[in-house]
Design a protein around this ligand. Structure first.
Ligand SMILES: C[S@@+](CC[C@H](N)C(=O)[O-])C[C@H]1O[C@@H](n2cnc3c(N)ncnc32)[C@H](O)[C@@H]1O
Ligand SMILES: [Zn+2]
Length: 342
């Protein structure tokens, strides 16, 4: 997870808060808090962990690094009730789902607080256990190639809904779904209108397994067609989920300039280049529908760009295509690419 910590350090350096008060709410060895102090200029930090041994380790590691921070051995939920001050940055990285802790983070937040939240219950968010996702996040997941993006957007929507109850809007700054984790970097903005606007940036989606097209509709009342408008197939519906922009490109560019590590640079570069639109097409699915063998991304991309479309790769899947073209056009581009390669 080193490269993820590198990205978090780069995030804090790039948002440039003045003398931020930071809470590492699930600090374990204290490595994150320590790196934020040493590498991101954080002066005031609280390292919290419910595990006594972890808190002891944090103390030792702070001493070994010759830096000072407050170490607390407490449960985040108890701490949030008792603590009176607010933090500028809060890191949450529990085992599994962050959902049970979102209210606690909100109690400890103010206008402008940055939240850095990790989820490792990706099987749930990605729809391996539908009922668990419905129970934990109040959302219907999708269990196919789109599951990582859908899961990430379900997680953000969940945080938005909880934040709205506390009159916070949520500005989504960076969103990553890679391997077995998801990590979101968010800014809370106080105000009833901000909270309402954030909720309205969410909605529902539909996916057609017959032709691989997708659709989405904003708002809390879904206005989706039950049948695919392109082929008449039965749509699989999912959500509620966030449908807005997942990443702030200028911020990502500033972060990239702070990074040395190959892995973290690769992820941030991919996010910078990625065309921002909900969902993507999956080349193996399209070639399966067409009954042909695999096709190169570059040829499909060339064909779409010749027709004036946007087209990029996506971090969600190496075989994915993010584009403004519809399923019919992408399928035609795959056919054209196939013909070109023969
Ligand atoms: C995945 S580890 C954190 C790893 C750390 N962020 C890192 O980068 O190495 C999760 C930590 O959260 C702590 N934890 C779990 N539930 C907690 C709670 N309710 N309050 C505070 N800490 C908690 C665990 O004891 C554990 O040390
Ligand atoms: Zn269809």
């Amino acid at each position: 997870m080193k490269y993820l910590r590198d990205i978090s350090v780069a995030f804090i350096r790039s948002v440039k808060l003045e003398n931020p008060a930071l809470l590492d709410s699930t600090s374990a060895t204290g490595i994150r808090g320590i790196r934020y102090i040493k590498e991101a200029g954080v002066k005031e930090a609280v390292l919290l962990d419910v595990n006594k041994k972890a808190a002891g380790n944090s103390k030792k590691n702070l001493k070994a690094n010759k830096i000072k921070a407050e170490v607390l051995n407490a449960d985040l939920q108890d701490f949030a009730i008792r603590h009176e001050g607010k933090f500028d940055i809060i890191d949450l990285d529990p085992f599994g789902s962050p959902a049970p802790y979102i209210y606690d983070l909100l109690k400890l937040s103010k206008d402008g607080t940055m939240l850095m939240i990790t989820a490792t219950d990706t099987a749930v968010l990605c729809g391996a256990h539908t009922s668990a996702c419905v129970k934990q996040y109040g959302a219907m997941p999708l269990h196919n190639h789109l599951c990582k993006e859908v899961g990430l957007r379900i997680l953000i929507n969940y945080i938005i809904r909880k934040s709205a109850e506390y009159n916070f809007g949520v500005k989504v700054m960076v969103s990553i779904s890679d391997m077995h984790y998801m990590r979101v970097f968010l800014k809370l903005e106080k105000g009833a209108k901000k909270a309402y606007d954030s909720v309205m940036q969410s909605g529902f989606g539909g996916y057609c397994p017959s032709c691989s097209s997708f659709a989405y509709a904003y708002g809390i009342v879904p206005m989706l067609h039950e049948r695919c408008v392109e082929c008449g197939g039965k749509m699989q519906c999912f959500g509620p989920l966030f449908l807005g922009r997942l990443n702030e490109k200028p911020l990502l560019r500033r972060m990239l300039a702070q990074l040395d590590d190959k892995n973290s640079k690769k992820i941030v570069k991919l996010l910078i280049d990625e065309y921002e639109t909900p969902f993507f097409y999956f080349m193996p699915k399209i070639t399966r529908i067409l009954g042909t063998s695999s096709v190169s991304y570059d040829l499909v991309s060339e064909s779409l760009k010749e027709k004036g479309h946007q087209c990029t790769r996506t971090l969600f899947d190496p075989d994915g295509i993010k584009t403004d073209a519809d399923a019919r056009t992408v399928t035609a581009a795959v056919k054209a690419a196939k013909a070109r390669s023969q």
